[in-house]
Design a protein around this ligand. Structure first.
Ligand code: S3P
Length: 175
């Protein structure tokens, strides 16, 4: 396959789980850019935020995503804020099929309320923070090539839906 499949979407939308599923079905390499950043820095994302700040993280994120996009034929899962860099979002759209995993705020809150690894949600009112970030980001996610609503669906069903929408039929037959 020539293109990349790039998963975008809010924290908790299932990008990593669905990305792994897709990579197994298609037998293509899976890259999670947050994991790549952690490997490069030798530090967890929450510690990068805590010790060096969000701007430092965003610079690492821009570099990691741009580096990964140079190669093709990969399933790539990106951090939920990566698309807010418009140049990076354009690069993603040029390098393959960008698929947004969309969930409503109630689903996201259910999945994120016990989370201790998302530095942006380590605030007094995490649900309010989710709502306000979601309002800002939703219009950007909706500019993806394909939109998949994930509420009440399991990762296997979501992966199959992505294959139906994002891969041309003749490419599927070649697999
Ligand atoms: C972030 C999402 C996280 C991670 C970082 C910032 C964001 O990734 O990149 O905590 O800005 O939404 P996930 O979307 O994989 O949780």
């Amino acid at each position: 396959m020539e293109d990349n499949i790039i998963l975008i979407g809010f924290m908790g939308s299932g990008k990593t789980t669905v990305g792994r599923e897709l990579s197994q079905i298609l037998n293509l390499p899976f890259i999670d850019t947050d994991l790549l950043i952690e490997e490069r820095e030798g530090m967890m994302i929450r510690d990068i935020f805590r010790q060096k700040g969000e701007k430092y993280f965003r610079d690492l994120e821009r570099k990691a995503v741009a580096d990964v996009l140079i190669r093709k034929g990969q399933i790539i899962s990106t951090g939920g804020g990566a698309v807010m860099n418009s140049e990076l979002f354009s690069l993603m759209k040029d390098s393959g099929r960008v698929v947004a995993l969309m969930a409503n705020v109630d689903t996201l809150w259910k999945r994120l309320k016990k989370d201790k690894d998302r530095p942006l949600l380590m605030v007094d009112n995490p649900k309010g923070e989710i709502e306000s970030l979601y309002l800002k980001r939703r219009p950007v996610y909706l500019k993806a090539h394909h939109i998949i609503w994930v509420d009440n669906k399991n990762p296997g069903a979501i992966a199959r839906e992505i294959l139906e929408k994002a891969l041309p039929i003749d490419q599927l037959k070649q697999e």
